[in-house]
Design a protein around this ligand. Sequence first.
Ligand code: 13P
Ligand code: SF4
Length: 376
Amino acid sequence: MSSATLPDIRVDYEQPETAQAGAACGTRHAWARVPAEPSQAERAALKQRIRSLLQSRNAVMVSHYYVHPDLQDLAEETGGLVSDSLEMARFGRDHTAQTLVVSGVRFMGETAKILSPHKTVLMPDPDATCSLDLGCPVDDFTAFCDAHPDRTVVVYANTSAAVKARADWLVTSGCAVDVVAHLKSQGKKILWAPDRHLGAYVQRETGADMLFWNGACIVHDEFKAFELAELKKEHPLARVLVHPESHPDVVVLADAVGSTSAILKAAREMDVKEFIVATDNGMMHKLRRLNPGKTFIEAPTAGNSATCKSCAHCPWMAMNSLAGLAHVLETGTNEVLVDEGTGLRARLPIDRMLAFTATLRPGQAAAGLVPNVGAA
Ligand code: 13P
Ligand code: SF4
């Protein structure tokens, strides 16, 4: 088995002139336009406006678990969806609404547009991106692929449309292990991009021959194994739930590893009262809502082994707001557009993933819990 890594790719983030003191997120290397919290009265008025705009525009909301709780609740209340990135893609494709309003980050909006080129896809903030997407520029990625023509190119959903267009397969964290195991069973060698931690996890689970791009999620990369082990000692009955974008030293401490949906499933199914959760803290809203008798503790991101003061919240997911949503529905601005040729090519690996995951039986389901065989 061979594996290799590229040199580290450093992502530089621009500090906007307009960011007011105290308004920027403290997550290292990143900034965000963190929207002001509306008052109760403003919140109620915005929600009302959005409800009627959704109706008049024949639009539906699709929200990720990491966005503000208001955007999650409103999506569900209005017949939309809150879910992981795999289900977001599927739902947007299958829904009859002419306009999809995606609260999440850019790759989610682009995937929706690729799957539904004749629909209008809007996003509350077009600058909401992802460190994995930023860290995988298409030209460098193409050169990497060209240098390894013997490998099947498997790309994580958190990438640009252009990178997807160079891939053979798309995966999300909800189906990555299943897809790579399938390819391995066909004797394929894999070129994997961009998340090195998810890639390492998939390789450990499948034993596949994988060559890695060297990207990372700036949020999950902040979870600290030493502090997590200490926290486990303070809460010996708690189970640890980890998103596989986290560092391998954190993953090895997990009782369950999986996508955001798999984390939710594990929390519901495990017969314990306390959990430590290593994923974006936007997830806490749904975890607590669905499990009122259970306690959820955020896994530590800062402490003795931390390199900086950080929080476990994606600065780009935080750019989504009720005000932004109302604005785009009213004005039609921030439409997500994907070049037709790129979209057609990028659709192939996405369709392949959706067709493959549709064949999985329940219990073998792509978004289901991935047990961590290495767990203590
Ligand atoms: P999921 O596919 O698990 O929802 O993850 C998306 C993501 O961006 C995680 O950081
Ligand atoms: Fe990207 Fe990480 Fe934010 Fe997810 S949490 S969108 S992987 S930066």
